[in-house]
Design a protein around this ligand. Structure first.
Ligand code: BTN
Length: 243
């Protein structure tokens, strides 16, 4: 495993993607930074992280044969790996909010941004970006954010935590293949936030409505049962869960 440690960069995902255009970095190249100045989140959001307090890193995964249809395997493996490490640290009430936010109770402690390169019907590489709030204690403008330090009441060593995450990610990602779909899906659904309980949702610009999360489709869509008993499937941009 090759780890590139930077003092500052705009975005570790962007750094790794740029590196891939210049060289051919090996599978499991990792880029981590003390200060990320233009961190990116899902659906064009930004990711704020106080310099030196948290983990902001990206991992390159090269796939042998992984079809586009199965892209959600990557999300599930990464979420389950991060969940496992945080569970071992003793974080309470851990859940994965679809598609891959890690919550403790209703506080977000980790965000994941996966960017794939595709050739034909196959995913060739994934840049897996992880932002984990570790020792930061003040979050202005991020009402739902929390950190390991706030939740555990102690400072966490960043290097040890990064190593534990990388080891666990490597184990999960080495195992990524279609034959593991059912077992990883049941593992993921077991830790899915609000599964089988009523929650409030909103379609873009639509009214709030209640529904119950039933699980995930093969394409990674969220299955929500509605009040008229029908089940609707949503992709990320089509629904927002209010919590
Ligand atoms: C989200 O919850 O919206 C995803 C946040 C992902 C943030 C990480 S930090 C390291 C990597 N580099 C980025 O620019 N983003 C990801």
């Amino acid at each position: 495993m090759k780890i590139i440690k930077l003092s500052a960069t705009e975005s570790t995902n962007d750094y790794l993607k740029e590196l891939m255009t210049l060289k051919s970095p090996p599978n499991f190249t990792v880029v981590t930074t003390h200060t990320q100045t233009k961190g990116r989140g899902q659906v064009s959001a930004s990711w704020e992280s106080e310099p030196g307090k948290n983990l902001t890193f990206s991992v390159l995964k090269r796939h042998d044969t992984l079809y586009l249809d199965n892209h959600f395997l990557i999300s599930m493996c990464v979420s389950c790996a991060v969940y496992e490490v945080l569970l071992n640290l003793g974080l309470p009430r851990l859940r994965v909010k679809w598609p891959n936010d890690i919550l403790s109770g209703t506080s977000k402690i980790c965000g994941i941004l996966i960017e794939n390169s595709i050739a034909g019907q196959e995913i060739k590489t994934s840049v897996i970006g992880i932002g984990l709030n570790v020792n930061q204690v003040l979050f202005s403008n991020q009402a739902k954010a929390s950190s390991l330090k706030l939740l555990l009441g102690r400072e966490i060593n960043l290097d040890n935590l990064l190593q534990a995450l990388l080891d666990t990610l490597q184990r999960y990602l080495n195992d990524i293949r279609l034959s593991t779909w059912d077992s990883i899906l049941s593992q993921y659904e077991n830790i899915l936030f609000k599964k089988n309980s009523t929650a409030t949702f909103q379609e873009p610009h639509g009214p709030l409505f209640n529904g119950i999360i039933r699980g995930i489709t093969k394409e990674g869509k969220l299955k929500v049962s509605l009040q008229d008993e029908s089940v609707k499937e949503y992709s990320l941009k089509e629904i927002k869960l209010h919590y």
